[in-house]
Write a protein that binds this ligand. Structure first.
Ligand code: ZN
Length: 383
């Protein structure tokens, strides 16, 4: 198969080799023994949590030998319990909105990344709700910015609005809860827009609706929510705080959390990029810990963690290394995925290449609903 920019799949072979090596070293770091796989939960009670890892992260700063120190939580806590896919290829447009939406539809979407439009193909949320006849409070999407607000529901006539995800925009919750805080300087870190904001997204979120969601769904008082936010360093921390609350209050069976802090790399500050990876690592551990401590989730939840894609290599003359994801080179298209939960084999490394659009049909098979328009393949190692 020929990939964009003339990459043939055979050129991935050196990377396969190096990934096998780094996983050997990763296995040596594992603190936990390989535990026996627990029995499957009853299909009706099974839940899925999907976390996209931060908005463009390279191997060099994550699972490659020099990057492993940045992700101690993934390495020592999650990896020994996981099936790890070491070569996840994104063959689509490397923009965060269109790229993340493509993972959610199982189709490499071709719309303008900055449009913020609803995707033309049905999303995982719609397949889930229509296929299993689930109400809207069972499928939730937590998005990093208002430009991502249309990601949870397609324009497909057979699916669409009646089956879309419920969407939470944590930044807008905070803005609505703290309207009298002047120019919000104290929340600059939390409210800064993403570096590739889909600024053309239609529809205007209203503060009234945000407050209603904050109080009726999450059961936060605006003052308490604002008070908690004061101690946070980043937008992703706010997103995970909201996610944990949602899991406690609503316990949706399908939850998608789009983390985005890592994309600060576009500023060119390598240290901020690394900070973002380290923070995301710890946030993933928080999410998994919350799953284990919540009876609605413990023992019946499968968690998927994957970057939307990578970032440019240091050696590609068309790019500027870690800063962007513009070249379409191998480093920018190739990442990884962690899958863990009941019935998932532990401490297993899958080295064959898979596609990032394989997620939707795999979750469909796992939870028992059809995904007829998704173009990826079911991963037999998972479902
Ligand atoms: Zn980016």
């Amino acid at each position: 198969m020929i990939l964009p920019n003339g990459y043939s799949s055979s050129k991935f072979s050196p990377l396969v080799w190096s990934r096998r090596e780094f996983l050997r070293s990763a296995a040596a770091c594992a603190a936990l023994p390989s535990l026996p796989v627990r029995a499957f939960a009853a299909p009706g009670g099974r839940k899925v949590v999907i976390v996209t890892f931060g908005g463009g992260a390279r191997d060099e700063e994550t699972f490659a030998p020099d990057g492993q120190e940045n992700i101690p939580g993934l390495m020592k806590t999650l990896l020994p319990q996981s099936t790890f896919f070491g070569q996840v290829i994104n063959r689509g447009i490397l923009g965060h909105y269109v790229g993340t939406t493509s993972i959610a539809t199982g189709v490499y979407e071709t719309f303008n990344n900055f449009s913020g439009i609803a995707p033309p193909h049905p999303t995982l949320f719609e397949y889930f709700r229509k296929g299993l006849r689930r109400p809207s409070n069972q499928a939730w999407l937590i998005s990093p910015s208002s430009g991502f607000r249309n990601m949870g529901c397609s324009t497909d006539r057979g699916f669409g609005t009646p089956y879309g995800a419920s969407v939470i925009l944590p930044k807008l919750l905070l803005s609505a809860a703290a309207p009298d805080r002047g120019n919000m300087n104290e929340f600059d870190n939390l409210l800064r827009e993403t570096y590739e904001e889909p600024h053309l997204a239609t529809g205007t979120p209203e503060a009234e609706a945000e407050l209603e969601q904050l109080e009726s769904v999450l059961r936060f008082s605006p003052n308490d929510f604002v008070g908690s936010a004061l101690s946070m360093e980043s937008a992703d921390q706010l997103s995970v705080y909201v996610a944990k609350r949602l899991m406690t209050q609503v316990a949706p069976s399908l939850l998608w959390i789009t983390l985005h802090d890592i994309d600060v790399a576009h500023s060119g500050a390598y240290s901020l990029y690394i900070d973002g990876i380290q923070r995301t690592d710890q946030l993933c551990i928080q999410i998994w810990s919350h799953i284990q401590s919540n009876p609605e989730y413990a023992g019946k939840t499968t968690m998927f963690i994957l970057p939307d894609f990578g970032r440019d290599s240091d050696t590609n003359p068309a790019g500027n290394g870690f800063q962007h994801h513009r070249t379409g080179d191998r480093a920018s298209r190739t990442s990884w995925m962690i899958v863990l939960g009941p019935g998932i084999r532990q401490n297993v490394f899958i080295e064959r290449a898979i596609d990032s659009i394989d997620l939707v049909p795999t979750v469909g098979r796992l939870l028992g609903f059809p995904t007829p328009f998704a173009q990826g393949s079911v991963l037999p190692e998972v479902a």
